[in-house]
Design a protein around this ligand. Structure first.
Ligand code: 9MR
Length: 353
């Protein structure tokens, strides 16, 4: 009898806790307010060209929830500049067309990144003038191709090393340490109306790096190099400290440029445990963390400096983090079937307040 009573109580308890969770997500998925409606600044997502054209659910969700688009990979040099003077515009054009026809802001990512150098460029032989012309021509061809359609660009990506010095790369080796400034000048010549960003990761953990980025940006500003904004990628986890995030964001904001949280995702499985079970508790912590990041952004970045928040691809199926870690994780606000998660609610609540 006592055993039966115990079973009954346990079943009741299970029903209450679990049905709450289900009800919560069901309600969430019935709520018709969208992120872009709630957001007091542009809300973006990076997209994959193939998914955008082939997956209706993906396209509809992007269209419904966001008003800013970043190209995740399609505008990188290794995707575009397939052979000398030969460009493959297919992926980039389909994303830019989508942004134009749906009336969304288009942010181009990225012109100069040490990890997106085509193989043939790695093997390129030439003196420093030939190298300079190669990069200048790439920047101006791409910006020129999308002139008037792409509002802003991540011109240089990750050129500061984790120790705060200029990263050694194929570009710094062939063009010398001041090549970054020239990239912005070339970009500005190609489209004087485009807003030009510097984008990097780790400012929210590594103060030394954040200060080095700040020093570089201040130096560019002092020299009147055309640069308009800074991006903090923000690939973080539920364990990330809010106060560290606030500090990194404050350092970037203090430069006085536009500030873009440019690649947000929030991992659960930082230790890359192959057998990790994702718990409701973790998903609640993720909800909290998404909400905190939005609140910190609103708190730290003055209105006129807010370029917005962009998440890095859309659902738990599409995030590069899954491929990267080869382990269970769920970093995004949408689940693998594009249903809104608690993380979505965190974002929405942060935006609404
Ligand atoms: O998400 C991108 C992934 O699909 C690509 O394979 C990878 C290499 O091009 O780049 C990823 O995006 C990166 C972004 O361009 C710059 N910041 C770090 C991102 C994650 O690596």
């Amino acid at each position: 009898m006592r055993y039966l009573f115990f079973l009954l109580i346990s079943a009741l308890f299970w029903h209450l806790t679990n049905s709450n969770v289900t009800t919560d997500n069901t309600k969430l998925n019935q709520d018709s307010t969208t992120l872009k409606q709630a957001a007091p600044f542009p809300l973006g997502v990076s997209v994959d060209a193939r998914l955008l054209t082939s997956n209706k659910q993906y396209r509809n969700t992007v269209n419904r929830e966001f008003n800013s688009i970043t190209s995740e990979n399609a505008l990188k040099m290794n995707r575009l500049l397939v052979a000398p003077n030969q460009y493959d515009w297919s992926g980039g054009d389909s994303i830019v067309d989508f942004a134009r026809t749906t009336g969304k802001r288009m942010h181009g990512h990225t012109l100069v990144w040490h990890r997106s150098v085509p193989k043939w460029v790695e093997a390129f032989q030439g003196d420093s003038i030939a190298w300079e012309n190669l990069l200048k021509s790439h920047i101006q061809t791409v910006i020129g191709h999308y002139k008037g359609q792409v509002k802003s660009w991540d011109v240089a990506n990750e050129v500061i090393d984790d120790n705060g010095s200029l990263r050694k790369s194929i570009w710094s080796a062939h063009l010398g340490p001041d090549y970054v400034a020239r990239c912005y000048q070339y970009a500005h010549e190609a489209d004087p109306k485009a807003l030009l960003f510097y984008n990097d990761y780790g400012q929210e953990i590594n103060l030394k790096k954040a200060l080095a980025i700040k020093a570089m940006l201040l130096n560019l500003r002092k020299r009147k190099i055309p640069i308009h904004g800074v991006g903090l990628q923000s690939h973080i986890s539920i364990y990330h400290s809010d106060s560290q995030y606030r500090r990194g964001l404050a350092v970037m904001t203090s430069v006085g440029l536009l500030v873009h949280i440019s690649e947000l995702d929030i991992r659960l499985n930082t230790k890359k445990i192959k057998t990790l079970t994702i718990t409701e508790n973790m998903l609640e912590e993720q909800e909290q963390k998404y909400e905190s990041i939005v609140e910190i952004y609103k708190d730290v970045v003055p209105k006129k400096q807010r370029y917005g928040i962009t998440i890095w691809n859309l659902s738990d199926k599409d995030s590069y983090q899954l491929k990267d870690c080869q382990c269970p994780d769920a970093p995004m606000p949408f689940d693998t079937t594009y249903k809104k998660k608690l993380a979505y609610k965190g974002l929405l609540d942060g935006l609404r307040q």
